[in-house]
Design a protein around this ligand. Structure first.
Ligand code: COA
Ligand code: AMP
Length: 644
């Protein structure tokens, strides 16, 4: 592969100049940024507005993401540099993989996938814990042009089945277990359960037997990961990079929508590389050869972009951490990892810092850890509350960068681009729009609101490289969900405001999505589960404030008349049902039986008012409420549990 290859570097220009350059000439800007990618066929056309749902980036280019993440670095002198450090306090292991070793693992696994019949464009589901093989699997798919879809390990069989039916994978890659601090989570029974539930059946499952759990194998369907890779290695079989169009999908990542049916966010190959490379240098200020520690999970977009692809595309070293911020073994876990691996940046969700602060308010566990390489903390996934931000500033004494993005965009929308220049931090604001994003705040009628006024936060079309071109096999759903409410804009479904300095404040969602410990969950999906219980007549789930997780789901249920079970019994079953159908990650622990739900006269459940009551906030009595007395009943039920 010979293309022009410019080492990505932070722009010498400051933020305002860079943003203005993008505004003046978006295609020139991204055309320039695209030079950081080594293309097979470099783009002649940067953007074609006539293609797809709102246009396509780099429509005539071809490339391979794995080549850019591995091969070129091995070729260019990074063969012996660590690419991936697996640090796993839950299993007591640490393993370093150089770029040459990762390339060998990935090319071998890619050959195994080809032997199993996987070809360009086929989907591969990856249902794996935080182990290096999960990253190898993603890169192996990228290598042969297959489309991976990683499913987070904390999701239950039912959620996995939904994704199997939507993505229709040729094969599924899994490991026998994940290791949580208090228990070992067996993946194989969940996978078997999912395949039993799904209409689509994969041709094969490649199963990695972990030492903690030896799983039984399905005789004809399941294949042993280590046996097949060892056989490929013995014969020296490795797969070459397959050329794909820049617009071909690299992955589909499912994220919560407003119903139980998740949205398959499509990520293309070319735009993804261009944007991540630009961000590594200009937003995260990580240099090739330096170490980035992103404490998330490969099942989330943060893990895709900044545990796997971003650092590797950039020639940096990524820490893949299998542990928690607290309890593995103590609240100094992150400091140890940062110090030991000389990480220059840490990226995690604010909830992790709330957890650390709760256990170690004086940050005593920082003592003895040399953080002299550490330059910045990046927070995303939920709003960084000013209290947590101040604490982190005080104890770490480095810039604390809140930045806002979504699974849909794949990279940051609003941030503080430290690689360009560190802008003054305003607590509660992720700072300013990055190049590519024209962020507006509109009222319900689609009119711009004055500075400082709350409204819907929208993004002027077209979206920049990396942002989703559509949903998997669902262009119409994509248009309806994102493009129709505010014509000409992408609706983020976040509400907030923009102040007179252009700082954006993201205050919460305008839809049924809640954010629990940085995990995006659908209350609509939980309501579907509650409603399926035979004793439940109707229900409503709202996200209520939680000091640690930001929000936690609270389900209000009305039982059918004639139900003989006690309310307490039903509530217990409902908690178990959500855990069983959605997974432990939903953290659904609170089901409350009430006699009635508050509704408008037209029958709309007043979820926002219920949330305000639970959060102990003042609320205006909705003018259209059917019976105001119901709100008192809700308040009493919540107070009975010490809430509100
Ligand atoms: N596989 C299986 N189960 C999982 C899992 C996985 N990969 N990840 C989490 N779970 C389980 C947990 O064990 C827990 O189960 P439990 O109800 O039996 O205790 C449940 O899902 C909820 O997990 P979580 O939301 O992580 O809560 P927690 O109480 O275990 O930990 C934090 C709270 C704050 C420490 C944790 O959420 C955290 O580290 N968050 C910060 C990083 C992050 O994940 N960011 C995401 C996006 S950037
Ligand atoms: P996800 O798709 O899981 O990354 O979740 C995206 C949603 O999380 C956004 O739409 C916001 O509601 C919320 N979010 C993510 N980062 C931030 C942030 N920095 N500030 C406020 N909200 C955030």
């Amino acid at each position: 592969m010979n293309g022009s290859h410019a080492a990505p570097a932070g722009s010498p220009a400051g933020y305002r100049e860079t943003y203005a350059r993008w505004q003046a000439d978006p295609t020139g800007f991204w055309g320039e940024a695209a030079k950081a990618v080594e293309w097979i066929k470099p783009p002649q056309v940067i953007f074609d507005a006539s293609l797809g749902t709102y246009g396509h980036w780099f429509p005539d280019a071809t490339c391979n993401t794995c080549f850019n993440a591995l091969d070129r670095h091995v070729r260019d002198g990074r063969a012996q540099q660590p690419a991936l450090i697996h640090d796993s306090p839950v299993t007591g292991t640490k393993t370093v993989f150089t770029y040459a070793q990762v390339l060998d693992e990935v090319a071998t696994l890619a050959a195994v996938l080809q032997d199993l019949g996987v070809a360009k464009g086929d989907r591969v589901i990856i249902y794996m814990p935080m182990i290096p093989e999960a990253a190898f699997a993603m890169l192996a798919c990228a290598r042969i042009g297959a489309v991976h879809s990683v499913v987070f390990g904390g999701f239950a069989a039912n959620e996995l089945a939904t994704r199997i039916d939507d993505a229709t994978p040729k094969i599924i890659l899994t490991a026998t277990c994940g290791v949580e601090p208090a228990r070992v989570v067996e993946y194989k029974p969940l996978l078997d359960g999912a395949i039993a539930l799904s209409r689509h059946k994969p041709d094969a499952c490649l199963v990695l037997q972990r030492p903690q759990v030896e799983a039984s194998m399905h005789a004809t369907r399941d294949r042993n990961w280590r046996t097949l890779t060892a056989a490929a290695r013995a014969t020296g079989r490795k797969a070459d990079c397959v050329a794909v169009a820049a617009t071909d999908p690299l992955y589909v990542l499912y994220t919560s929508g407003t119903t139980g049916r998740p949205k398959g966010v499509v990520r293309d190959n070319g735009g993804h590389m261009v944007a991540l490379l630009w961000n590594m240098a200009n937003l995260y200020d990580v240099k090739p050869g330096e170490v980035m520690f992103t404490a998330s999970d490969v099942g989330w977009v943060v893990g895709h972009s900044y545990i796997v692809y971003g650092p590797l595309l950039h020639g940096a070293t990524s820490v893949l951490y299998e542990g928690k911020p607290v309890g593995t073994p103590d609240p100094g876990a992150y400091w140890r990892v940062v110090a030991e691996h000389k990480a220059v940046s840490l990226f995690t969700a604010p909830t992790a810092f709330r957890a650390i602060r709760k256990e170690d308010p004086q940050a005593k566990h920082l003592a003895g850890h040399d953080l002299s390489h550490f330059r910045a903390l990046f927070l995303a996934g939920e709003r960084a509350d000013p209290d947590t931000l101040h604490w982190a500033q005080e104890v770490l004494k480095v810039p604390i960068i809140d930045h806002w993005w979504q699974t849909e965009t794949g990279s940051c929308i609003v941030g503080n681009p430290v690689g360009l220049e560190l802008l003054p931090v305003k607590p509660g604001s992720p700072t300013v729009p990055l190049p590519g994003y024209d962020v507006r705040c509109l009222d319900e009628g689609g009119r711009p609101v004055p500075a400082g006024t709350m409204g819907a936060i929208v993004l002027k079309l077209p979206l920049p490289p990396c942002a989703l071109p559509t949903l998997w096999h669902a262009d119409e759903r994509f248009r309806e969900a994102y493009l129709t409410t505010y014509p000409g804009y992408y609706n983020t479904s976040d509400a907030g405001y923009i102040d007179e300095d252009g700082y954006v404040f993201i205050m919460g969602r305008t839809d049924d999505i809640i954010n629990v410990a940085g995990h995006r969950l659908s209350t609509g999906g939980m309501e579907e589960v509650l409603a399926s219980h035979p004793a439940v007549a109707e229900c409503a789930v709202v996200g209520i404030r939680d000091a640690l997780k930001g929000e936690q789901p609270c389900g209000f249920v009305v039982l059918k008349s004639g139900v003989t079970q006690s309310a307490a019994e039903v509530e217990k079953e409902l908690v178990a049902l959500v855990r069983d159908r959605i997974g432990p990650v939903a953290a659904f622990k609170l089901a409350l039986t009430v006699n009635r739900l508050p509704k408008t006269r037209s029958g709309k459940i007043l979820r926002a008012t219920m949330k305000k009551i639970a959060d102990g906030e003042d609320y205006a009595m909705p003018a259209t409420i059917e019976d105001p007395a119901v709100l008192g009943e809700i308040s009493t039920a919540l107070k009975g549990r010490g809430i509100g």
